[in-house]
Design a protein around this ligand. Sequence first.
Ligand code: AMP
Length: 397
Amino acid sequence: MKVLVVNAGSSSIKYQVMDMTNESVLAVGLVDRVGIPGSTLEHKPLGKDEVVIKKDLPDHTAGMELVLEVLVNPEYGCIASMDEIGAVGHRVVHGGEAFAESVVIDDHVKKVIRDCFDMAPLHNPPNLMGIEACQRLMPNVKHVAVFDTAFHQTMEAPHYMYAIPYEAYEKYGIRRYGFHGTSHFYVAHQAAEMLGKPYEECKIITLHLGNGASMAAIKDGKVIETSMGFTPLEGLVMGTRSGDIDPAIVFTLMDKYGMDSQEANNYFNKKAGMLGLSGVSNDLRDVLEAAASGNERAQIALDVYYKNIKGYIGKYVAYLNGCDCIIFTAGVGENAIDVRSNICKDMDALGIIMDEEKNNVRGKKVDVATPESQVRIFIIPTNEELVIARDTYRLSN
Ligand code: AMP
């Protein structure tokens, strides 16, 4: 059976077709500028050249229609007919407290996704648009929702409650949810295999360091704490997000700059983080390069970034009461040698000792700890699409 994986954003649709008989990827693609003049579709079929199609796509349905046309194209398609697609897996960012695992989409599931619009205004509405477009075009197959929040639903109240009036939780669902769940799930299971231990007996710290970044502490097969909170703004310093700050900064700057809540949201999500602090870029490669050529602010930004992550590792070792491994994944975690090295520097008191020579790799699944290190240091390339495809395949059978 073949599964189509769809990740619909506000103006983009990422997709992947997987053959589940051997979990191979048959094609990947990206529709960009949906609803904006100048839409494009980039399609990369396995073993063939990439195709770029330029065609205005007014909405997600038009975008998905083009994707389906491309998939069956005799020249650059990857399947003979749409009948080969047995199910569609949709990435959905927020499932609130309703879903601790992936589910087959029905009217109730769509209602919950809609109920979570307020909590994920940039993600859930386009996710639902993608689902509805696909359901219209493929009414006879099962559609499965895979939530970014689901894996973290094992957190217990002390780890998800904020110390604000309880009513805010009861009335508005203000609590910590956590995101990047499929990535944390994938690498944690890979790590258990590398440790040679049952997953349910491991103490694992996952570091998903990409443009967005989050960490999770996983004990006995359950997430006990994760760094993103009510929204993906909390936690680590990210490309353009501030991560943890004193909340009083928000209302102070709203007053000073005369920002309304929407503008403040934009400020802390889009203008802060590595971009705001360094003044260079949200891309860590640029910040590393600037710091190396003497840019002081870039160096400060990096030091804040490292300090924050080190602090989270310490906190999570305390929550876990020990640690079998830490895992680096995502764009930065898999590729940024210096970043990994700086994070693991002077952590021997926590049993973390990196072999700098082994660490000199990019994008490979390896252990870069020294033999004496009590904590293994794994680099594990993430694969969120595979998690979505596997759940979709399982639930559609
Ligand atoms: P992601 O969000 O997982 O796609 O990660 C994207 C981020 O990875 C980019 O913003 C870059 O900052 C970062 N990245 C990718 N390759 C490298 C590298 N070789 N060194 C440092 N950062 C990198």
